[in-house]
Ligand binder design. Structure first.
Ligand code: AMP
Ligand code: MN
Length: 321
């Protein structure tokens, strides 16, 4: 049986679901989590949208956000945990949830699915497109609220339909979501034009650390905690900054080193152009992602850990010259 029918069959036969997406949620994670929760509720199912990290400011206006809550002690076991945009409960910060079957719905190339049912399709621009197909298979009426969440997922994960994961199917799905009631202008306004001033201040501080090397093929920036604190910014305010590095014509590979809380570790975001596959570098550091966007965490202090990553990036780039 193909996984979408398998998942639809499982959902029809069961009643009580927990849903979660990855830590540091982005638009696709929040959009999928809400659309799937609203869809299951429309079918008369119990659906608990679990979120360990707070919903980033840009997505707080999406319909259904108040449904997301931190995991607590559940009185009764769930029939299944539906993992969206990730493949393991640890990526969602859900180590302690009582055991139940896992259903994985994800479009990450590098994921290591361990679910009862795994539906992984890296060819989709956004996991939201997979949720759309699943809800249609379940004959859920796609209302404007569901369409809005799925459109936001698709809009953000395709970089406003600019990344090379944007194909005819992505544009076609966007049009279908508009037909279902999503309003592109309003959603773009909410997601991209509602930054707190701290985000723009932080962007200035981070971009001023810009380093270029390898004849301009590689660019990197660093954010330490002091930069975040002096801008009054939150970890979520780093989203989008790395795109400015990619806007430089010569840059093929960009890295962003972020110390966003605990000083004993930092996160690394990678971006690339064309066929350069940064997910392979991320996997080498126990992370993951897509060919042109990937990330991982280094469990060292920022200054101590950066050189090793830069060395790996330089080796990777010289191997692909
Ligand atoms: P980011 O740079 O945080 O926007 O992440 C870029 C891409 O890499 C996204 O698709 C993430 O889901 C993925 N990614 C980031 N960090 C990790 C990680 N630690 N493990 C697996 N995937 C990751
Ligand atoms: Mn995604």
């Amino acid at each position: 049986m193909n996984p979408i029918d398998d998942i639809a069959g499982f959902i029809r036969k069961n009643q009580r679901f927990a849903l979660a997406s990855h830590l540091h949620p982005d638009g696709d994670s929040i959009g999928c989590l809400l659309a799937m929760t609203l869809g299951l509720q429309a079918l008369g199912k119990e659906a608990d949208a679990l979120g360990v990290d707070p919903v980033p400011f840009a997505y707080r206006g999406l319909p259904g956000v108040p449904l997301i809550h931190p995991p607590g002690k559940s009185s009764r076991p769930y029939d299944a945990l539906i993992l969206l945009e990730c493949s393991r409960p640890e990526r969602a910060g859900l180590e302690g949830l009582s055991p139940c079957p896992h259903i994985v719905i994800d479009h990450h190339l590098s994921c290591r699915p361990e679910g009862r049912i795994n539906w992984i399709e890296p060819s989709f621009g956004a996991t939201g497109q997979m949720v759309l197909r699943l809800l249609e298979a379940l004959e859920v009426p796609i209302c404007a609220d569901i369409a809005t969440n799925l459109y936001a997922a698709l809009l953000t994960d395709t970089g406003s339909f600019q990344f090379n994961n944007t194909n005819a199917r992505e544009l076609h799905d966007a049009a279908r979501l508009v037909d279902y009631g999503a309003n592109p202008g309003e959603i773009a306004e909410m997601v991209f034009h509602a930054n707190p001033p701290s985000k723009v201040l932080l962007m200035g501080k981070v971009l001023s650390t810009l380093q270029l090397e390898a004849q301009g093929r590689m660019a990197w920036v660093v954010m330490n905690r002091q930069a975040m604190e002096s801008a009054g910014a939150l970890p979520e305010d780093t989203e989008g900054i790395i795109q400015h590095l990619m806007s430089i014509h010569s840059v093929e590979l960009a890295a962003f080193f972020k110390e966003d809380g605990d000083p004993s570790r930092f996160r690394v975001s990678l971006r690339s152009k064309g066929l350069l596959d940064v997910s392979s570098i991320a996997q080498g550091f126990s992370g993951g992602g897509h060919r042109n966007a990937a990330g991982f965490t280094i469990h060292q202090r920022l200054e101590a850990g950066i050189p090793e990553v830069l060395e790996a990036l330089r080796r990777f780039l010289s191997g692909s010259a």
